[in-house]
Design a protein around this ligand. Sequence first.
Ligand code: BGP
Length: 465
Amino acid sequence: MEKFLWGTATASYQCEGAWDEDGRVESMWDNYLHNNNLEDGDVASDHYHRFKEDIKYMKDGGHNTYRFSLAWPRIIKNINGDVNPKGIEFYHKVIDECIANGITPFVTIYHWDLPQFLEEKGGWINKETVEAYIHYVNVVFREFGKKVKHFVTFNEPRYFIFSGYKIGNYPPALQNTELTIKGSYYVMLANARAISEYKKLNLDGKIGIVHSFAPVFGVDDTLETKIAMRNADNFMNNWILDTAAKGEIPIDLLTRLSTKYNLSYITPEDMKIIKENTVDFIGLNYYARALVKPYTEGETTLIVNNAGSSAKGSSKVIIKEWFEQVFDPASKYTEWDTEVYPRGLYEGIMMVHNKYNLPIYITENGVASYEDVSGNELINDDYRIEFLNDHIAAILNAKDEGADVKGYYIWSTMDLYSWKNGCKKRYGLIAVDWENGLVRKPKKSYFWFKKVCESNGKIIDRRNV
Ligand code: BGP
């Protein structure tokens, strides 16, 4: 029987460091963070130099898989598409190290570190970036396609496009709805084109997409709330998942957008490509649900808490005339104002299973906190163990009900650079002591997760979900 994949996840920019070594060129994140004097990932967890040690921890921790991403700016060095052999060599070493340790590599091709030379030409709102991406994926498939059996085209298209083009807290730091829609469309087109390229090569593997999943719940059963829920589902999930899994952009979403925005760049030729090239599996990153009510008043507002330490309600989502997100007073929230709601993962998996009937991987799930990792005693993160236990219980319950969930990845393997939140937002099962030579210190949760992996989930307490 196919074994369930148990592991952890990282992303290149967030853990590798070595930002200008061995021919890696500047990414849009390097450029944006350096130019705005923000905390950067120049060193991050120094995984570039320590990947062997990190993979050894995975093996010793009972993991049988590792989800990581390839840095496009390490692999392609200029606008002509020339390949950097040192970048290729590095990822061969990481993949080989995984395989030698019995760890299935689960490879994300794009986790947000766009080469700056492409951003300067317009990034994701320029259709030429789709062509550049197709060149890059072909290099990736030809180099690694015999060893890697699980590829992900994009990590979280909704999240990086909305953050970069609408909220403005990620590069290229714009606040423009028109460009948000256009960028989203080109990314989903690039996803379909990459699938088509992959299939042409007849490799023995699967290809999917990873979505920032926020299953939608309503505050009550009224018709108004149901309409708000549909709007929220289109906004949060459907334009990625329907497009990737069914090859269709939801018609009510398109109709609504077309009354206000120019969508003439959406062509029948592209839509044919999207229709014919759908994913083999769906990756879901689950941090929290979206609880919504009908829109009442106010302008569109999207506020994300990147500061930590604040009260419930410090993040906010209002989409004018569509819906408003609300906070459940009964729920627990993290220091970054993320709701802790394991039941939402169970319900969410069932929604995706019933709608798309495809294999599912939970490609990210985890919880962050401020943690003092300076001492020598074991870091006690019981709160994380409880969080992970309840979310794994949700997955096992969904599997029992027939959902085809094939793997689970904790975010993150070790502490890493958490985008605009910096390094103080710690997610890892293994601490990285940045004040003390980046030494690795496995937390209590690391040893707990080892038992989960080795028992294939049998030690999970399923009573609370
Ligand atoms: C997901 C991203 C990851 C990771 C995680 C935690 O959206 O795929 O890259 O960062 O969320 O988010 P954050 O670091 O903002 O807390």
